[in-house]
Design a protein around this ligand. Structure first.
Ligand SMILES: NC(=O)CC[C@H](N)C(=O)O
Length: 232
């Protein structure tokens, strides 16, 4: 699978994503600069976390006008896998590839810690190595991660199984106490209607290297690569 990781000015998780794809999963992985204009031949494109354009105006709102974004939209429209992590999710939403908005955390604080995630849809290309309802332990690191969508959109996401991850407690209970940022319906990640574009606030690339103590992030990469790791 040919993979590309896009670097915007201010991306800071691009190297982590590149490392996991290339060194842990042995994928044919390439850097993509935000001023590039073509994604021809790529199977998976990752929009990584960070503070693209300093998060000015609103996180992701400037990056979505980067030259590469036209190719990103075309890639998504032709069914290519597209994965937005944290700032990448914010960019996908700003670009209209996923519905809703990511608002300031209700704590009004930048939050960097492990959270629990319930896998609500284990049937996607990004989650098929998970059990339905499985609880993953994956870190968040954001100030603008509070998911918002109008009631009709949220209902449609619920009805069509497009909410892929929700914040939960260690037992998998989805509750207000387990919600770190005030996201509606505890939404931590969602997928588009066609099932090829996933956006999520937590960072699986930060817990997917087997030398690290936490490796739940591997479940997502395992899903994409059918568990073919080059590192055990
Ligand atoms: N880790 C990241 O991607 C940073 C998130 C982001 N731009 C925010 O603070 O909301």
């Amino acid at each position: 699978m040919k993979c590309g990781v896009v670097t915007f000015p201010g991306s800071n998780c691009d190297r982590d994503c590149f490392h996991i794809l290339k060194n842990v999963y042995g994928a044919d992985t390439h850097w993509i600069w935000h001023k590039d204009t073509s994604l021809d031949g790529f199977d998976l494109v990752v929009l990584p976390g960070g503070f693209s354009y300093g998060d000015y105006l609103r996180a992701g709102s400037i990056a979505r006008f980067s030259p590469i974004m036209k190719a990103v939209v075309d890639h998504a429209n032709r069914g290519g896998l597209l994965w937005g992590i944290c700032n990448g999710f914010q960019i996908l939403v700003e670009a209209g590839l996923l519905p809703g908005a990511l608002l300031d955390n209700h704590t009004q604080k930048y939050m960097c810690r492990y959270v629990h995630l319930k896998v609500e849809n284990a049937g996607t290309a990004f989650t098929r190595a998970c059990e339905p309802g499985e609880v993953l332990n994956i870190p968040i690191a954001h100030a603008q991660g509070s998911y918002y969508a109008d009631a009709g959109t949220l209902q449609q996401l619920e009805d069509t199984g497009r909410i892929v991850f929700r914040y939960c407690d260690v037992q998998g209970n989805v509750s207000e106490e387990a919600n770190p940022n005030g996201s509606l319906a505890n939404v931590a990640g969602l997928i588009n209607e066609a099932g090829n574009v996933l956006g999520m606030m937590p960072h699986p690339e930060r817990c997917a290297d087997p030398v690290w103590p936490q490796t739940d992030g591997q479940k997502l990469f395992d899903s994409l690569f059918h568990k073919t790791r080059v590192q055990a």
